[in-house]
Ligand binder design. Structure first.
Ligand code: GDL
Length: 692
């Protein structure tokens, strides 16, 4: 694969730059990891490594400082390791934080530093001007027409000073379309760079955005015409330095292979964690090979509909299959690989004992279940790409949303109840698969990969655990109390720290929140009423009567039809009475008479035949004020209405005191109850009815 060369004295064809840029913020990779990277690149057919760790002192902050003897030794070894593996080592420097472009001493410092690296054996270089202030200092404003002119001048000078290296990369300050003012094609900055940067210098570009979802052929044609050369893509698709909760294990995707002949190269700037980049780099390598130009089309590889040369799904499977082998092999941090008992050496322990062999009736030795390809597929699905969840993650989100929106079917017999239960069970199975994946992963022999992934898998396991408990609560099963929040939750009950709190306060976050309503902080139990509950029900009835009765003395309050039910004078109809309990005890009830007439007779109040025709049943509900969340009460009423309906009733009504704002509010918010006209109601009483 090659792109046409354009510099003077350049070979007419140059190899397509492909590989990795270590260009993220945060802890740089170790020398050993970089050497490991070169091995992988060679194995997978990638050819370049761009050294640009943002937080390495001497790359950016102290760019002027020369390397010490010890550092020099390390860099020399690294550059030579790259050579050994046929990987081109490009040394990048970022002087843009504080360089004064017009000061010759500054240019000299830059040249001195790069000369030193050249002495280490490096032959390819890069100047980066990303993520810096665009305002020039007064001295530079005097010396240069624009910021672009200042950058171009120093870059050309350094390039020539180094003898016009075959590979020399420049990263502009406006390195993606969204940064261009007003647009790519009208950007004065990019036009200046394109016209004045010497033709042998290549330009880095991240696509439409810093983290580009898709990179289209048209967008590359547009920027190439402004830059007067095809760009080298600095791809942030797998970068995760901007969010400590995310890591990307999905395939290289949404860059058509048609792009390859239109680009000078692609370098991926992946996750900060070295080992989890297996997929990012492996799939990029597959993509780079999948070109019509290279004539290497693998009939199995393409996807006729999407891209005949590359299928992200197939590339992912190839990568995960290879990655699995790495997981299963112990590394230097890993467990001692198991040997045959014949060549087993005595275990090195302080007291020099032989290995533990369990005796009869003792615990067997723990043997970890091996990790599977499906586990890795699930892992990749849960941590897919910045703009897309993997298939299983999408399914889980969709199912949780459905279960939440149809929770009425969980609380009462409806046409959807069977479906709800079956989908809840399937959701539970998916959550269990995540837990199993976590267990097998944390027992895998390769500890280095595990340690890099640990925080992320722990986080997803907890998140999924919360969702799982939530579905169980919706289904009326009591989840283990430790998993739900109580009055004094453990720190993992309120996740995300201060940053999490800030996010939860923002409306855009709230909209996507799983728990749009306040979290249930109590565990409730809803059960059928039994005659032994009569005393407790009476107690609640009296307590709430005085609370809801306004200023009037209790004795003076006109009786409601349902009082005879709550006071125990009338027994509720079969299957039509529920009790709510919390940790303290009975905290609510919901009672009904499928035929309201006996209550009317008890209260000595006639209810018109017209009302009874539409609303033959009577209902009453009460919960103590300590039940802050309205969900348990809603659940009770929904279940009760369903039983009443099953008994053949067409409708139900309730009576409320106007002074009882709480209950009025409750019934109104339910939505199915509407005020109804009823003759003979006492002065401050209203009736509400619901058709079934
Ligand atoms: C950037 C930075 C890069 C960082 C990435 C993702 C470029 C050219 N520069 O803007 O160092 O890792 O975003 O946060 O991409």
């Amino acid at each position: 694969m090659s792109t046409p060369g354009s510099a003077k004295g350049r070979p007419q064809t140059r190899r397509f730059i492909s590989g990795v840029v270590e260009g993220f913020y945060g802890r740089p990779w170790t020398m050993d990891q970089r050497t490991e990277l070169f091995k992988r690149e060679q194995k997978w057919g990638l050819n370049t490594y761009l050294y640009a760790p943002k937080d390495d002192y001497k790359h950016r902050m102290y760019w002027r400082d020369l390397y010490s003897a010890e550092e020099a030794e390390q860099l020399i070894a690294l550059i030579s390791a790259a050579k050994q593996h046929d990987v081109e080592f490009i040394y990048a420097i970022s002087p843009g934080l504080d360089i004064t472009f017009s000061n010759p001493k500054e240019a000299a410092a830059l040249k001195r530093k790069l000369d030193q690296v050249k002495e280490f054996g490096c032959r390819s270089f890069s100047l980066l001007f990303d993520d810096i202030e665009t305002e020039m200092c007064p001295a530079d404003k005097q010396a240069f027409t624009s910021f672009a002119h200042a950058q171009v001048a120093i870059t050309n000078a350094v390039y020539q000073h180094l003898g016009e290296p075959e590979t020399f990369l420049f990263c502009p300050t406006d390195y993606c379309a969204v940064m261009c003012t007003p647009t790519v094609s009208q950007s004065y900055y990019l036009h200046t760079v394109g016209e004045q940067l010497l033709p042998g210098i290549d330009i880095l570009w991240t696509g439409p955005k810093v983290v580009s979802n898709k990179i289209s052929v048209e967008s590359i044609e547009e920027v190439s015409s402004v830059l007067k050369r095809p760009p080298v893509i600095w791809d942030n698709i797998h970068a995760n330095d901007y969010d400590p909760q995310r890591i990307f294990l999905g395939p290289y995707k949404d860059r058509p292979t048609e792009l390859i002949p239109k680009l000078r190269g692609v370098l991926t700037n992946p996750n900060c964690e070295f080992y989890p980049n297996f997929v990012a780099i492996h799939t990029l390598a597959t993509w780079c090979k999948s070109t019509s130009d290279g004539g290497q089309r693998d009939v199995e590889m393409g996807d006729e509909k999407q891209d005949p040369w590359y299928s992200p799904e197939k590339a992912l499977t190839l990568a995960l299959t290879d990655w699995l082998q790495e997981f299963l092999s112990a590394d230097q941090n890993g467990a001692r690989p198991k040997k045959d008992s014949s060549d087993e050496e005595p275990m090195q322990t302080d007291i020099g004992e032989s290995p533990y062999v369990p005796g009869p009736g003792e615990n067997p030795l723990y043997t970890a279940e091996p990790l599977t390809l499906d586990d890795l597929k699930l892992l990749s699905d849960l941590f897919y790409l910045p703009y897309e969840h993997g298939q299983m993650a999408k399914t889980m989100l969709r199912e949780l949303d459905w279960l939440k929106n149809h929770s009425r079917a969980a609380a009462a017999e409806t046409d959807e109840t069977a479906e709800w239960c079956s989908r809840a069970q399937q959701f539970d199975g998916m959550c269990e698969a995540v837990v199993q994946m976590f267990n097998r992963l944390s027992n895998a022999p390769n500890r280095s990969i595990l340690y890099d992934l640990y925080n992320y898998i722990c986080d997803i396991k907890s998140g999924v655990g919360l969702a799982r408990a939530y579905v169980k609560t919706l289904g009326g099963q009591c989840p283990p109390s430790a998993q739900l929040m109580n009055d004094d939750p453990e720190p993992w009950g309120f996740r995300g720290g201060l940053s999490g709190e800030f996010q939860r306060m923002l409306p855009c976050h709230g909209n996507r929140d799983l728990f749009r309503h306040p979290l249930m902080t109590e565990v409730y139990c809803m059960r059928p009423y039994s005659p032994e509950d009569k005393v407790q029900v009476q107690k609640i009835f009296m307590e709430m009567k005085s609370a809801g009765g306004g200023k009037m003395p209790l004795m003076m309050l006109p009786p409601l039809l349902c009082d005879s039910l709550s006071s125990g004078e009338l027994a509720p109809s079969p299957q039509c009475a529920l009790i709510l309990e919390d940790e303290i005890g009975v905290c609510g009830y919901a009672l009904a008479l499928t035929d309201a007439q006996p209550a009317a007779a008890k209260t000595q109040r006639a209810v018109s035949a017209e009302v009874l025709k539409d609303f033959p049943s009577l209902v009453t509900i009460q919960v103590l004020p300590r039940v802050i969340d309205s969900t348990p009460a809603k659940r009770m009423i929904v279940r009760l209405l369903s039983s009443i309906k099953n008994s053949g009733s067409r409708g139900v009504f309730c009576e409320l005191r106007q002074s009882d704002r709480r209950m009025l509010d409750f019934y109104t918010k339910l939505g199915c109850f509407k005020p109804i006209t009823m003759a003979g109601l006492p002065e401050d009483v209203v009736a509400m009815g619901a058709s079934l």
